[in-house]
Design a protein around this ligand. Sequence first.
Ligand code: DP6
Length: 404
Amino acid sequence: MPSDESFVAVTCTAPVNIAVIKYWGKRDEELILPLNSSLSVTLHQDQLRTTTTAAISRDFLEDRIWLNGQEEDVEQPRLQACLREIRRLARKCGSTGDEDQHLLTPGPSDRVHVASVNNFPTAAGLASSAAGFACLAYTLARIYGVEGDLSEVARRGSGSACRSLYGGFVEWQMGQRADGRDSVAWQVASESHWPQLRVLILVVSAERKPTGSTVGMQTSVQTSDLLKFRAEALVPARMAEMARCIQERDFPGFAKLTMQDSNQFHATCLDTFPPISYLNDTSQRIMQLVHRFNAHHGQTKVAYTFDAGPNAVIFTLEDTMAEFVAVVRHVFPPEANGDKFLKGLPVTPVPVSDDLKATLAMEPVPRGVQYIIATQVGPGPQVLDDPDVHLLGQDGLPKPRPAA
Ligand code: DP6
């Protein structure tokens, strides 16, 4: 990346992913190696993304990082692991840096400044660490001239982050090796494979989760026999079945297995001792709503999945999205001024039939769902070419952010 100045910057974006076969439990805490393989859907960056700028200058004396405008401790072990890993790969790729006084080609020993922002609430339980570490790995790779798979770099930040390195449908294969070199993500199908698939994020609570994933899964590994059984005896067949459903665009099969795997993950949380529960009453009501909606139609038209928090992620097809959004509005009526209830893709309002209301038989719970983000399957990380988008100025400090 030659420049005629002693400052270079690269800005990239990366997506959020949502697992349909869940990762829960590590066999190696240091290298972040999972107990089982997992499979996810990459969400579109038009709605949810992390943007990261990495900059290198001869004037920088130390690595520094800012998240959403706040400077963070660069010594955090996971951040350090990512930086070490990318520099190791940069050395392997033969990048040595440019000795010329005027031309700067970053080398592994150059200090880096990083600034990262999310276009969604960091603590809303929307897998911000996955998008964040994928974006960090991807942006650092561009600035240090590292080519090839970056699973290892992203994974060292947060396990699920390696799945955000690709668009479409992504498998993180657990691998067998003790050094983790074969614990990598790869694309099962591209973002254009299933254009009818739609995703609705039902934000139930934007509060930070009481038990973070890292600590939660440690306790599960130590105490849950069900988790061990799931990882060894159940997940391998589920991975194969999920890949088949995706390849064949078998929505009922995909939807059923997605719900079953979410439920099994939450069952392992309850089997953990002391038990962990991430779902609240609204999450339970959403599950009930989905099952009654499907029963009304006599087929599986909608699926839910929940990560380590109460927010629901709903999968459906294009032709069902408007009706399901209408049903969510019916069961969880928004504020009187409900025009901010639906964000993201436009959805034409439709009425809910009396027949459907009768099958649902659910008392409305006002504001149970705070808002919905409508999105779809999307591509992997992108480089932004326009220098105006850099989050860091030439002085290496975050540029003032426009008011939200
Ligand atoms: C429930 O990737 O956040 O979202 O590797 O400790 O950073 P660490 O955990 P993390 O765990 C994600 C767990 C999950 C399921 C999934 O995304 O597969």
